[in-house]
Ligand binder design. Structure first.
Ligand SMILES: Nc1ncnc2c1ncn2[C@@H]1O[C@H](COP(=O)(O)OP(=O)(O)O)[C@@H](O)[C@H]1O
Ligand SMILES: [Mg+2]
Length: 270
């Protein structure tokens, strides 16, 4: 596979999202401010971490980036192309060059579809011929450490880590410039986590894909990210180069996240 589309920075500006919930006729509706104006940039070929505790708005942000959800306000652009902005048409998800991998590799694979059909689905929708799809699927399965022969198998024949490789293949087959991994290793055993993290590092080297790595676990950020943005309550509290943020956190919340992970502090002390 050739190096994928590169050279464009993804720029998100002041993204806002609230969820309104009706509480029946007699109580006022409640509102959750999931994102309160989030801005950041993801550069070509970098691994950009988004870290924060459960409920801080990470998945909402991911869904907005990939086009599964609309923002209330803000803009997203890639190079000189606007992907969404007030009063401009939103670019369909497939053309954004952004693909997503979800947390649960069991829930996100259709058990009735063969691995080959799962991975090829986006290509089939895009109208690619069967012969071309088969070739691209074989290539992509090899890229994620599976074999072309795995295409004829079904998801139940694979372990959790292998299933997550299938999900990553399904995303990569569309040749995205940006891959979003939303808690993509959080459900896996530590040793399997390491294998997937190493595979993501290897993919970045081999195909130059940028990765937006979303996690609640700052030790994972420490392992693979180049830069990191810390989110608390729908707001960015701190961002910068990974080493700068982890070694010299300026924000109280960032310090708390770091001190909650004994291995980071102990490794840094050695
Ligand atoms: N579809 C939705 N309807 C109502 N509230 C939602 C919805 N999705 C997320 N939320 C709320 O928005 C906030 C952020 O959620 P989420 O983005 O899933 O956080 P995270 O991924 O960081 O755990 C939470 O308070 C959550 O309850
Ligand atoms: Mg989430």
């Amino acid at each position: 596979m050739t190096k994928m589309a590169q050279g464009e920075t993804l720029v998100a500006k002041d993204i806002r999202k609230a969820f309104r919930r009706s509480n029946g006729w007699f109580k006022p509706a409640s509102e959750t401010q999931a994102l309160r104006g989030v801005s950041f940039e993801v550069r070509p070929g970098e691994i950009f971490g988004i870290v924060g505790e459960s409920g801080c708005g990470k998945s909402t942000l991911a869904r907005i980036l990939v086009g599964l959800e609309d923002a209330d306000a803000g803009s997203l652009s890639r190079g000189d192309r606007t992907l969404f902005a007030p009063a401009s048409p939103t670019v369909p998800a497939v053309r954004r060059g952004i693909q997503m991998v979800f947390q649960d590799p069991y829930a996100s694979l259709n058990p009735r579809m063969s691995v080959g059909d799962v991975v090829a689905e986006g290509l089939a929708i895009a109208g690619m011929s069967k012969a071309d799809r088969d070739a691209r699927v074989a290539e992509t399965l090899s890229l994620v450490g599976l074999t072309p022969g795995d295409a004829s198998k079904f998801p139940f024949q694979f372990s959790g880590g292998q299933r997550q490789r299938i999900c990553i293949a399904r995303a990569l087959v569309m040749e995205p410039a940006f891959l979003i991994a939303d808690e993509a290793v959080s459900a896996l055993d530590v040793s399997v986590q390491m294998q997937i993290l190493n595979m993501l590092l290897d993919l970045r080297e081999r195909i130059g894909v940028s990765i937006i790595f979303i996690t609640h676990d700052i030790s994972v950020v420490d392992y693979i990210c180049d830069r990191v943005m810390v989110v608390y309550g729908g707001e960015v509290v701190e961002s910068g180069k990974k080493n700068a943020v982890l070694d010299h956190p300026e924000n109280e919340y960032t310090r708390k996240l770091i001190s909650a992970v004994p291995q980071i502090t102990s490794v840094k002390l050695l």
